[in-house]
Structures are given as structure tokens and as C-alpha cells.
Design a protein around this ligand. Sequence first.
Ligand code: 5RP
Length: 233
Amino acid sequence: MSAQRQKAHAAAAALDYVENGMTLGLGSGSTAEIFLRLLGERVKEGLDVRGVPTSQRTADVARENGVPLIEVDHVDHIAVTIDGADEVDGHFRLIKGGGACLLREKIIAHASDLMVVMVDESKLVDTLGKFPLPVEVDPFGFSLTAGQIYEALRKAGVKAPDVQLRRKGDGLAPLITDGGHYILDCACEAIPDARLADQYLKAIPGMVEHGLFIDIARVVIVGEDTEARVLEL
Ligand code: 5RP
């Protein structure tokens, strides 16, 4: 069965966390976009919600589907953020940023009362790190920052990190995030101590934000072939 179908089951189950009157954080990525389409159908039926998008792309998809948006700086409370992830471990720690939106995703998820994560089964892992960890950095001095990120990951127990600048589709120009930053993808194979990696990475000037989400998600919805499994911390 396709990952796409599993994502659709997870997105449908995530609607159960949406209530009338809520302000929602709207995640980014293909699963989040399926959710937006389903949410748009509910809005057409009369559901009253507004969303804070975590990327320009999400804002566009929300508008196309009739989901009302609100400016992030006009919001003082976000009830639930609903987003996808690249990896999830047994402690609900995540790797995010495959879509280069991790900074805005983390700002919105951290400010929300609840983060609900929707994934297909392939995203569940015992140890984070098979998916290269995205790290958002300032373009100024990024190669110096990359060296420090390598050292930080080594100190955190990653055996041989490989830090690569993410490039646009043409393969030449650096990809620029919605916030005007670069992404460094750090192939780790395994991150044995995500908390330590978080601590060392945060100490690096030029490191804007990294894709480890620790102690943020409280609900993980795993899409399966015929239904969705809801896991709550
Ligand atoms: C974007 C993300 C996405 O949530 C993550 O990449 C998962 O994407 P998809 O739902 O397409 O599998 O973190 O920055």
C-alpha cells in the first residue's frame, strides 16, 4: 500500500483534534497538504477556524482550499498545530525540515498548546538520524558554521557526520528558505543522543534552528493501510 494512502488516513484522523473557533498552526509538506484539503472541506461545511501557515507554500495551499488565514503577529494563542515529520522515535522526538520549513514549523509548534504529528509508517524509527538532519543557518559564514555543526554532532556521538549544503532543483544555487537562510543537511546514520545534539547545536552562532523537535509533539497519528493509529503521550 502506498505511503500516500497512509498519509491520507493520518490526515483524516487529525481532523478529530480540530474544534470550532480554534486558531490552528498549519504545517508544511505533502501530509500537511492533504490535511489542508480535508480541512477546507470542513470549512465549506461551516467549520469556523483560522490558520497560521508555516510556509509560503502552505499559505498558498490553504488559500486554494478556502482555509482562512491569520497573520502570525496578530495571534496570541494557537490551540493545535498539525504537521508532518520526516522521522519519529518512540519518545515522540522528531526530525523535521525535509521541506526546508523547520524554523517556522518549530516557532509555531512550540507556541501551540498541542502539536499533532501525522506520519506514514515508514517515518517510525527506533533511533533518529537515518534521515539527514536539516539545520537552518545564516548564509554569512555558512561554511565555518558547517564545520562547527560537524564538530557538535561528533561531540554528541555521531560517528561520521556528513554536512552538505542543500541546493535548489538546478543543483547549483543554494536553496533559500522562506526566512532567507540556507539549509545544511547532516547525514548522521544515527543520532545516539538527540538531546545532547540539540544542546551542542544550539551553542553555535550562525545556527538559526535545527530539525530535532524534542518534547514538542504530544500526539502522533500513524497512517496505516486501512486506518490510522493514534498515539498520545
Ligand atoms: C517540512 C517538514 C515536513 O513535515 C516533512 O518533510 C514531512 O513531509 P511529508 O509530509 O511530505 O512526508 O518537516 O519542513
